[in-house]
Design a protein around this ligand. Structure first.
Ligand SMILES: [Fe+2]
Length: 149
């Protein structure tokens, strides 16, 4: 959010074609970051007993993911002219489904391994997206190289 707070709609230079091409990537990232909240709620209802240390780590992770989610909300809002309220209404209607990974969520250790894998996959995916951002933003901070390096 510190990086994005100064980006204004006039800083966006994306063509309609580019916006269409990157839409699913940006929306997918937005949903993925929002899923951290859903994932934490899923864990609360899982019946697994968690230690105070795990709860502390989970809270910290969730705050970090919330920051990412807010960033993608801001990016999506700027690119596609949707209000944050519109985006949040759409997300509220989304039904998360963690059944396909339930077998990997048996205890704190296995959950930490899943989270570590998710972070690794996310980091690799976002690194690939770095080359996209300068294509649609004419913003000094981004152009000066403080983002993605
Ligand atoms: Fe994240």
């Amino acid at each position: 959010m510190a990086i994005l707070k100064e980006v204004e709609p006039q800083d966006i230079k994306a063509t309609d074609k580019l916006l269409e091409e990157i839409h699913d990537t940006i929306l997918g990232d937005l949903y993925a970051e929002h899923d951290a909240k859903n994932f934490c709620e899923y864990l609360q209802q899982s019946g697994i007993t968690f230690t105070p240390e795990f709860k502390k780590m989970e809270k910290s992770w969730r705050l970090d993911e919330s920051n990412h989610y807010q960033g993608f909300c801001q990016i999506y809002s700027l690119l596609y002219h949707k209000s944050i309220e519109e985006i949040e209404r759409k997300l509220a209607a989304y039904q998360p489904d963690f059944l396909s990974i339930q077998q990997f969520l048996q205890d704190e250790f296995s959950i930490c391994v899943v989270l570590a894998y998710d972070e690794l996959a996310t980091t690799k995916a976002y690194c690939q997206d770095f080359e996209l951002y300068p294509l649609f933003v004419t913003f000094g901070t981004l152009k000066s190289g403080t983002f993605g390096e």
